[in-house]
Design a binder for this molecule. Structure first.
Ligand SMILES: [Zn+2]
Length: 423
């Protein structure tokens, strides 16, 4: 539609002079404002919400694409999360979550408090659509018109944001979980308003373990407690989901402890690496090599970095401190990763701690003998490794919490055999 036609249509819809509308649209166009938004802006100026206008199409959730300018839709509220953000140097309280109909679900951000609650059915008029990580997202703002609908819209989704840890994804808002606090420590960080105290640690339920941060330390968030967290949001931390308890979240202590998964989900290395990061995972593979920087190593006493020839990259010449570490390359046919073993696991693999390693190195007059020994005993064998996987430009590293030879259990062997004999 040409600008002239737009002006004509808009003028008749608003009942005002066409020339007046046209010059406003032209001005906005000169500022590179997209036509859809320019039309909305003029509508707002004349006090029209736009819901009845021809420009805004009524769509089902599944039909909305990032290319839609503005849409109207009837949906059920799945979740409502409250959050404060810094925007143009000011603090704003916004609401975020998910909406759905029978064709799909969509994230939303409400820039005003519409007093939404999970379970409500809404007829939304004139919501803006923007793209967020390739997906459409609805923006509910000043020019959005919301009507509460009596008849409940049936949707094939859980209402209320209740979730298990396993199904959480970065970006989730208004989340409710029931978990046990497995680890918790207090930290002082440099915040926007100076030093602030936060809590961080690990929570677990029957499906998974995940890291968390409590930005407003609460007494109920204590190691061993079982708690219900309402209105949390999920961020990505080293490629894995991390639960954030904000100033708007509610934490209640539950009287009965809940079960926590003992084993980590087993994944193929290829899938694990493609996922971008996993907080707690188990893989099985062959050790194909032990990398340099393994065995008896030296760390900078200032920053803990591994140093070579007494030189730290950050602190220059330092008096190194001995430590034990293994960086082993694990391969299962679908992919490879580097399993990183700390001092305790390394001592188990090596069959002795720092004292034995130092003596060994002294006798041989070569520190490399420790890594060589470890290399001899583990390369070419199959191991099961559990830990936290992070993937970045330097590769995939699995920070090991458990490491041991893989002995296939009889059920597993039977299953593998069955797969082999099947045509
Ligand atoms: Zn250093």
């Amino acid at each position: 539609m040409s600008l002239d036609d737009q002006a004509e249509e808009l003028a008749s819809a608003l009942g005002i002079d066409k020339q007046e509308v046209k010059s406003k649209l032209e001005t906005l166009a000169e500022y590179n404002v997209p036509m859809d938004e320019a039309v909305q802006s003029v509508r707002r100026e004349y006090g029209d919400s736009g819901a009845a206008g021809a420009v805004i199409s009524e769509k089902q959730v599944g039909e909305i694409t990032p290319d839609d300018g503005n849409v109207s839709t009837t949906v059920r509220v799945l979740s409502v999360g409250k959050r404060s953000i810094q925007y143009n140097g000011e603090r704003h309280v916004i609401f975020e979550g998910e909406l759905a109909d029978e064709t799909g679900k969509i994230s939303y951000t409400a820039w005003e408090d519409f007093d939404l609650s999970p379970g409500e059915t809404l007829a939304i008029g004139n919501a803006g659509v923007r793209e967020w990580e390739g997906e459409p997202e609805l923006n509910l703002g000043e020019s959005t018109d919301i009507e509460w609908v009596e008849t409940e819209l049936a949707v094939p989704y859980e209402i209320g944001g209740e979730s298990t840890l396993e199904s959480l994804e970065p970006g989730n808002r208004g989340v409710t979980v029931e978990v046990q606090v497995l680890e918790c420590e207090s930290k002082t960080i440099e915040g926007r308003d100076g030093e602030t105290e936060i809590l961080s640690g690990v929570v677990g339920d029957e499906t998974a373990r995940l890291p968390f941060t409590d930005w407003e330390p609460r007494a109920a968030v204590t190691e061993g407690n079982t708690i219900r967290i309402e209105d949390a949001f999920v961020r990505e931390f080293r490629g894995a989901p991390s639960i954030n308890i904000s100033e708007f979240s509610t934490v209640t202590e539950l009287p009965d402890p809940i079960g926590v998964v003992q084993s980590a989900p087993r994944k193929q290395i290829g899938d694990a690496v493609t996922s971008g990061g996993l907080f707690d995972v188990e893989v099985v593979g062959n050790i194909v090599a032990v990398r340099d920087g393994s065995g008896l190593i030296e760390r900078c006493p200032e920053c803990g970095r591994v140093i070579q020839n007494g030189q730290c990259r950050a602190h220059g010449e330092v008096d190194g401190e001995d430590d034990l570490r293994v960086k082993a390359i694990l391969d299962d046919g679908t992919g490879t990763l580097t399993a990183v073993l700390g001092d305790e696991l390394t001592a188990e693999v090596y069959g002795g701690g720092l004292d034995k390693a130092r003596e060994h190195a002294r006798d041989a007059m070569d520190r490399e003998v420790v890594a060589d020994d470890i290399r001899q005993s583990i390369v070419g064998h199959e191991y099961r490794v559990r830990g936290s996987l992070s993937v970045d430009e330097y590769g995939a590293n699995l920070d090991a919490t458990a490491f041991g030879p893989h002995e296939a259990d009889p059920a597993e062997q039977a299953a593998a055999l069955l797969t082999e004999v099947q045509p």
